[in-house]
Design a protein around this ligand. Structure first.
Ligand code: 9G3
Length: 565
């Protein structure tokens, strides 16, 4: 491609753009914003997207997954059938056709594919079957941000697998895990596969592929001694198994007046004790029912764990009005004593050894001292309910947990029968009995992967593309196009490189050398050939973007080197 006529609108600086990848993609002329969370992918970006897609296709095809293409425009009925038309609310892009029939723009395709399979694949003989597509998805994010990392329109590879039994699902899951590892390795990413929230499916039902980056929105808990890693949304806590003998003779509860004390820290300084000896009480609404959750004063409640312990689908903190209705008190004075018996009380494992609890009295501005579990109130269930913290012990090896930030580029799930049950997706087994498919689903953010690569591969001067997904293999630069020797040699090289099947971007612009080199650094093509003053001797420079190393070569040598690399 000749740069003279290429659409590569580089910029010396950009105003906004919080993330380095967003900034560099704008400055290097790869993307332009069309609307909040909606982007044009300019020619260079499109080439990178195509390369990432080809790697994805090769790895998917290798494990026997078949490519198809489903529509972006989907009838609302399918989403009503699964129940998700209402549960996803405003994030789902909804629209009507001219006959006022309801449609959505697909944010993911579990419904569409289940509908297809239930009509077309009804025998165990066709199973397992895995299908994938690479397609633009639509999600009306509340807060689109960070360029391509959280767009309202983005490119995703989504795959779905259908199985007659669990074992088959496990096998495909393993294949996908391996394929995803290959894909991200081939894209030049440093990543980790971390255990993630599997909802009520349980077990090791889901992994997120995380690219380590300070710019990431996700926090990952990583053990410094073993290979345990998990999203902090669900990272397990090591259960301390020391047996504690509780004191038997705790004095009777005492009610104390605690005006203006709303937080654990305030209560701790008022009572002159450490926050870790106090109990934090929160009220959640879990599947429409109030649930009281108790953790140690210095710990944080993990909503995802609360939801999973109760095998629920929704969980959120109760608002003040609800709290008052349920307990008769304001948020700073909640506790498990004298609570309606019908309300579930969950307590974190860390509280199981507490002899006496100092807790809210369910009466505004009052607390109880010396409450004893079993005597003054009952806990419905002890469980792992708190969020991990740096320095906690690893749940596998008792090593130390540290945090890292990451960007999620892939996610694999064992779905089970959630969609096939809801939509009656069935097949006949070997005995002629009707069975529900067991499903898996597997996603890769293609446009996200592109920005994650830039996030990991750049320097102060610009992007440094890994060869596997670089928009071009070589950037050919004629320092002075007005110089006849230089322009002729460059033109000649351009033709020869193309004939050799090498992808070349040829900077044939009548620009100053400084401008050309700055642009080349910004764009980040891995190899650069500079045709300069030694053109008359048939000598050019070959320079590597990553290391900055360069060597002078005669043209014949250069062509040999290029063909062999
Ligand atoms: C929606 C909207 C947003 C969503 C979803 C549905 C996330 C939704 C999860 C997934 C799961 C997997 C197939 C590929 C791998 C991931 N955001 N998810 O289901 F309606 Cl508006 O997408 N899907």
């Amino acid at each position: 491609m000749r740069q003279k006529t290429a659409l590569i609108p580089t910029l010396r600086s950009v105003a906004e753009a919080e993330m380095i990848s967003h900034q560099l993609l704008l400055r290097a002329g790869f993307i332009r914003q069309v609307a909040a969370g909606v982007y044009n992918y300019l020619p260079l970006a499109q080439r990178v997207l195509q390369k990432i897609s080809m790697i994805v296709r090769e790895e998917m095809d290798r494990i026997g997954s078949q490519e198809l293409l489903m529509p972006a425009l989907n009838p609302a009925e399918l989403w009503q059938e699964s129940g998700r038309y209402d549960t996803y609310g405003p994030e789902l892009v909804k629209l009507q056709d001219r006959h006022e029939r309801n449609f959505i723009l697909g944010p993911t395709h579990e419904e569409t594919i289940t509908d297809l399979l239930r009509k077309e694949v009804n025998s165990y003989k066709k199973l397992p079957m895995t299908l994938y597509q690479i397609q633009t998805k639509f999600r009306d994010e509340k807060r689109p941000r960070s360029g391509l990392l959280r767009g309202r329109e983005f490119i995703m590879k989504d795959a779905y697998s259908f199985h007659a039994d669990r074992k088959s699902l496990d096998e495909t899951y393993e294949d996908m895990y391996q394929a995803y590892s290959n894909i991200f390795t081939r894209c030049g990413l440093e990543f980790g596969a971390v255990e993630a929230d599997s909802g009520s499916i349980g077990g090791k039902g889901t992994h997120e592929f995380m690219v380590f980056s300070e710019a990431g929105e996700d926090k990952i808990a990583i053990c410094t001694s073993c290979d345990y890693s998990a999203n902090i949304e669900m990272a397990e806590i090591m259960i301390d198994d020391t047996i504690r003998i509780k004191k038997q003779d705790v004095q009777a509860m005492e009610k104390i007046y605690t005006p203006d004390i709303k937080t654990i820290d305030q209560l701790a300084s008022y009572l002159q004790v450490a926050p870790s000896s106090l109990v934090k009480t929160l009220l959640f609404i879990v599947d429409d029912k109030p649930v009281m959750v108790l953790v140690r004063g210095d710990h944080e409640v993990n909503e995802v764990k609360v939801k999973n312990v109760l095998e629920a689908t929704t969980c959120s903190l109760a608002d003040e009005t609800t709290i008052f209705k349920v307990t008769g008190a304001t948020p700073g004075s909640l506790g498990p004593v004298h609570l309606d018996e019908k309300i579930t009380i969950l307590a974190d494992f860390a509280l199981s050894g507490f002899d006496e609890w100092h807790i809210g009295a369910n009466e505004t501005d009052y607390h109880f001292l010396h409450a004893v579990e079993g005597r003054d109130f009952e806990v419905s269930k002890y469980a792992d309910l708190r969020t991990v913290e740096e320095g906690d012990k690893c749940p596998r090896c008792k090593g130390t947990i540290r945090f890292q930030k990451g960007v999620e580029v892939g996610h694999i799930f064992k779905l089970g029968t959630k969609y096939s049950d809801a939509m009656r997706g069935t097949f006949l087994d070997a005995n002629g009995r009707e069975q529900t498919y067991i499903m898996g689903c597997y996603g890769i953010g293609i446009s996200r992967t592109l920005s994650a690569v830039v996030e990991q591969h750049h320097d102060d001067n610009g992007i440094i593309w890994p060869e596997s997904i670089a928009p071009y293999a070589v950037h050919l630069i004629a320092v002075n196009m007005k110089d006849k020797e230089q322009s002729e040699l460059a033109e000649n090289l351009y033709l020869q490189l193309m004939q050799a099947g090498i992808e070349v971007l040829f900077d044939d612009r009548q620009e100053r050398a400084g401008v050309k080199f700055k642009d080349a650094d910004l764009i980040g093509i891995p190899k650069r050939i500079v045709v300069g003053s030694k053109a008359e001797d048939d000598i050019v420079e070959l320079k590597f973007r990553r290391t900055g190393e360069s060597q002078e070569l005669r043209v014949e040598e250069l062509l040999e080197v290029m063909k062999n690399n």
